[in-house]
Design a protein around this ligand. Structure first.
Ligand code: HMG
Ligand code: MG
Length: 289
C-alpha cells in the first residue's frame, strides 16, 4: 500500500506577512521565500497584486518576485483580484495566480469592495486572460465557515461560490476558514455541501488557527478526502487587531502532525524549521507581540 500524500501549499509570505503591522523589507521576504523553496514545497504563495494603498505590505510584490532565487519545479503564486493585478503579476513572472472570493456578502464588500456577484464578474476576465497566457488559476472562498460581519455562513452559499469559481476555470478551490471559527463538525457540514459540487481532489483546506482548532479541522477534512492544505511557516499572520491571536495554522506544526500519522509530504522538516525561525524573527521584530 502506498503511503498517503498530502501537499502543503505554503502561504506564509503572502497570507502571513500581509497581516504584519511593521513594513517588512523586500530582501527579508525574499530570504524567507528562498529558504522555503529549499524545503520541498511545490507551490509557494509569495505576494498579492492588490491596491498598494489598501495593503502597503504587498506593494513590493513585483520586486519580491524579481529578487527570488528561483528553484526549478517550484511554482511561485500570487493573488490577483482584477485584470490590473493579473497584468502586474504576469509581468513580474508569477507562475500561477489566484482569484479570491467570499461566501459572505459582508466580507466580500470589506475585502474586495464588491458583492459576491460583482466579484465573479470581475474575476471572469482575469480567468480568461490567465487561460490565454497559460497561467493556472486557483480560487479562494473566504468565510467558508463564518464571517466577521454576517455570522455563520450557510453551507449552500459556500458550495455555490466554489462551483462558480470552478466554472470560471480554477483548477483548485481553497476553502478558507478566515477567522478560525470552524469546528470539526461545522467543517464536515461545509465540506459535505461542497463535495456535492466538486470532488475532493479539486479542493484545499485553508485554516486559520484563531480558535486553536485548525489541526482538528484538517483531520476532519482528511477524513473527507482532502489532501491539500494551506499553511504559513512560523504561524505567520493573525489579526493585527486581536493581540496575540494566532494566524494561519503553522506549516511546521501541520507537517510534523502529518508525518507522525504516516502521511508523506515530500517536505524537509529541518529546512522548514529554519524558515520558521526566520519567520518568527520577522514577527518578533514587529514590536507588537
Ligand atoms: P476598488 O477600490 O473596488 O478598485 O478595489 P478600483 O478598481 O476602483 O481601484 C481603486 C484604486 O486601487 C485605484 O487607484 C486603482 O488603480 C488601484 P487610485 O486611482 O485610487 O490611486 N488598484 C490597483 N493597484 C494595484 N494593483 C491592483 C489594483 N487594483 C486596483 N490590482 C480591490 C478593489 C480588489 C483592488 C481592492 O479592494 C483591494 O486591493 N483589496 C485588497 C484585498 C486583499 O488583498 N485582501 C487580503 C487577501 S484575501 C485573504 O487574505 C483571504 C485568504 O487568505 C483566504 C482566507 O483566509 O479566507 C485568501
Ligand atoms: Mg487566509
Amino acid at each position: 500500500i502506498l503511503p498517503d500524500m498530502v501537499e502543503i501549499f505554503e502561504v506564509g509570505p503572502r497570507d502571513g506577512l500581509q497581516n504584519e503591522p511593521r513594513m517588512i523589507a523586500t530582501d527579508q521576504k525574499i530570504a524567507l521565500i528562498d529558504l522555503l523553496s529549499g524545503a520541498g514545497f511545490q507551490r509557494i504563495e509569495v505576494a498579492s497584486f492588490v491596491s498598494p494603498r489598501l495593503l502597503p505590505q504587498m506593494a513590493d510584490a513585483a520586486q519580491v518576485l524579481a529578487g527570488l532565487n528561483r528553484v526549478p519545479g517550484v511554482a511561485y503564486a500570487a493573488l490577483t483580484p482584477n485584470l490590473k493585478g493579473f497584468e502586474r503579476a504576469l509581468a513580474a513572472g508569477a507562475d500561477e495566480v489566484a482569484i479570491f472570493g467570499a461566501a459572505s456578502e459582508g466580507f466580500s464588500r470589506a475585502n474586495i469592495n464588491a458583492s459576491i456577484a460583482q466579484s465573479l464578474e470581475r474575476f471572469a476576465p482575469v480567468a480568461q486572460a490567465a487561460a490565454k497566457a497559460g497561467v493556472p488559476v486557483r480560487g479562494y472562498v473566504s468565510c467558508a465557515i463564518a464571517c466577521p460581519f454576517d455570522g455563520p455562513t450557510p453551507v449552500a452559499q459556500v458550495a455555490r461560490v466554489a462551483a462558480a469559481l470552478r466554472d470560471l476555470g480554477c483548477y483548485q478551490i481553497s476553502l478558507g476558514d478566515t477567522i478560525g471559527a470552524g469546528t470539526p463538525q461545522s467543517v464536515r457540514a461545509m465540506l459535505n455541501a461542497v463535495l456535492q459540487e466538486l470532488p475532493a481532489d479539486q479542493l484545499a483546506g485553508h485554516f486559520h488557527d484563531t480558535g486553536g482548532r485548525a489541526l482538528a479541522n484538517i483531520e476532519a477534512s482528511l477524513d473527507l478526502g482532502l489532501r491539500v492544505f494551506d499553511a504559513a511557516v512560523g504561524g505567520l499572520g493573525g489579526c493585527p487587531f486581536a493581540g496575540n491571536a494566532p494566524g494561519n495554522v503553522a506549516t511546521e506544526t501541520v507537517v510534523n502532525w502529518l508525518h507522525n500519522r504516516g502521511f508523506v509530504t515530500g517536505l524537509d522538516p529541518e529546512a522548514i524549521g529554519q524558515a520558521a525561525a526566520l519567520a518568527r524573527g520577522l514577527r518578533g521584530s514587529a514590536g507588537t507581540r
